[in-house]
Unconditional design. Structure first.
Length: 557
């Protein structure tokens, strides 16, 4: 079977002499025109520690592709640093960047007729963007995660990006000086790599490996470890095998492999953003997946990993005790994973894991199933008169499982921070942040800046927060996001008033405001949608295309 089944359209068709001349101008010889071509898409850019090293990893991947007798063609996509844009209007571009990344990869691969693909991703939206594009294209390929950052250290503290954001809340609460806060800022992020806890980047990297779209250990090898470069070189041989066997992403991304990804996310305590992204990846692969399917996995999989943001350890610690394969080996032995799923090694998940070591003896990061942190998953889908289309809560059990209190309503995240600075957020409050959904935000901004400030101010156990926006993977506390329908589209969240009593019940899985239907109907009759926050450009196009959060905020429905 020919391995250049796509690129031959340009390189072997006598009528495509223009294509061939231009490819030879890039440095290809006539002999190389007959070789399979592999697109190597890196989300490289200098402005983000998660991504700044991906160009060099792309070089290593090309080295491996060339050694495998293939032609590698490197290209880059855009990226957005969630950590840098957090708490500003720039966060409106974060979630849309996922779809822009997917569209960019699809565009280059489709236009240039590459036979296979290697994607190299670093920050939160990179991984799902890559997987969405690969599922759409369905050409042999795999994803490489750029790796996690090392932890920072200062004055006896072990630091990461969540430490920085919570230090501001500690400063507001009077438990940390400004000088101490500045020390945390200077020492928390020592170099290249994605934010260190089980935040969104590490969550989605783990999900990609669990669903079989990355080589073993890809998710847990730190960015600066020499093994990461070795992984990139090995990817060339792996893609050659995929081309030879014509194994494509839609053979790997299946309903069963998506469930494997969900199992790993639940066990590790992954980000709420994984819900949006798995729904979107499933759509790209032509698989029906709903919030109820995700809840069903949460019902049967315990939360086991003592990882930040709610725990003690970082992704580099997981690497030291066996990495993602060791976690999956344990989950497989416990009957929680489907070992028969095909992976990009050309072997099944169980076959990959059989020859790899398990968790290190005496490790404390992963609890046994018999002694979980929480008996069921930390991600819970809530419904009720505030969220008839669903909402996603991140409840680890440490913050309790039920909260009732009066609403404190805000139009934007910035207004909450100002109230917190004035000490106007009180124990018992349910902070309501609305008009932050996919159309209202626009782009469904993350709320890490305010949730970290609440935690740092010592209010994490006594204040709940609900929003039609979303949360960073670094968020912890009693939080509910992804409320659907969103306020901008007339969802019930728009009708809540200060003082209304709200109940969040993660056991009954309900989210309700204790106001009669008649009163809500009166308020709805008087409600007028605020003007859209974007009137032109990419954000307006996103507003017009995007679905609600319960469908993954996809833009090609």
């Amino acid at each position: 079977m020919s391995l250049n089944r796509h690129s031959a359209r340009l390189t072997q068709d006598l009528s495509q002499v223009g294509s061939q001349a231009m490819l030879m101008a890039t440095g290809l010889s006539e002999a190389q025109l007959a070789l399979p071509q592999v697109g190597i898409a890196a989300m490289w850019y200098e402005g983000n520690p998660c991504n700044m090293h991906l160009g060099a990893l792309g070089d290593a991947a090309k080295e491996g592709v060339t050694a495998a007798g293939l032609v590698g063609m490197r290209f880059h996509t855009i990226g957005v640093s969630d950590g840098i844009s957090m708490g500003t209007a720039g966060m409106s571009y974060s979630l849309p960047s996922r779809d822009l990344i997917a569209d960019s990869i699809e565009t280059v691969m489709g236009a240039q007729w590459y036979d296979g693909i290697i994607t190299i991703a670093g920050c939160d939206k990179n991984m799902p963007g890559c997987l969405m594009a690969m599922a759409r294209l369905d050409r042999p390929g795999l994803m490489i995660f750029g790796g996690t950052i090392r932890s920072g250290h200062h004055d006896g503290e072990r630091l990461d990006i969540a430490s920085v954001l919570e230090s501001y809340g500690q400063y507001l609460g009077g438990t940390r000086t400004e000088a101490s806060m500045r020390d945390v800022v200077r020492h928390a992020c020592p170099g290249a790599g994605a934010c260190g806890g089980m935040y969104t980047a590490n969550t989605m990297a783990s999900a990609a490996e669990a669903m079989g779209m990355a080589l073993p250990y890809s998710a847990s090898i730190p960015a600066t470890d020499p093994r990461k470069r070795e992984e990139c070189v090995r990817a060339g041989h792996a893609v050659r095998q995929l081309l030879e066997r014509n194994i494509t992403p839609r053979q790997v991304i299946t309903r069963r492999s998506l469930e494997n990804a969900m199992v790993v996310i639940m066990a590790l305590g992954g980000s709420t953003n994984a819900v949006l992204h798995l729904l979107a990846i499933a759509h790209a692969a032509g698989i029906a997946l709903t919030l109820d399917d995700i809840q069903a996995v949460s019902d049967r999989v315990p939360f086991l990993a003592d990882l930040k943001p709610s725990g003690r350890f970082l992704m580099e610690d997981l690497d030291r005790v066996g990495g993602t394969p060791a976690v999956m080996k344990y989950l497989l032995a416990e009957g929680m994973l489907d070992g028969d799923c095909l992976t990009v090694t050309g072997r099944t998940l169980a076959e990959n894991l059989a020859e790899l070591p398990g968790l290190a003896e005496g490790q404390e990061l992963m609890r046994p199933r018999s002694r979980p942190i929480k008996a069921t998953g930390h991600l819970q889908v809530l419904r009720g008169n505030l969220a008839p289309g669903g909402a996603v809560a991140k409840i680890t059990g440490k913050e309790g499982e039920r909260f009732t209190g009066p609403a404190r309503c805000f139009m934007r995240e910035e207004a909450v921070l100002e109230a917190l600075q004035r000490r106007e957020v009180h124990p018992g409050d349910v902070v309501v942040i609305r008009y932050e959904g996919p159309t209202g935000g626009p782009g469904m901004p993350e709320m890490l800046k305010i949730t970290a400030a609440i935690m740092g101010a010592g209010l994490g156990r006594t204040v709940a927060l609900i929003t039609d926006g979303r949360f960073s993977g670094a968020t912890h506390g009693f939080v509910v996001g992804h409320i659907t329908p969103e306020a901008q589209r007339g969802g019930p969240l728009a009708l809540v008033e200060d003082g209304d009593i709200i109940t969040i019940d993660a056991v009954a899985r309900t989210l309700d405001v204790h106001v009669s239907d008649d009163v809500l109907a009166q308020r709805r009759a008087a409600w007028v949608a605020p003007p859209l926050a974007a009137t032109q450009g990419m954000l307006l196009k996103y507003i017009r295309a995007v679905t609600d959060a319960s469908r993954g905020c996809i833009t090609d429905a």
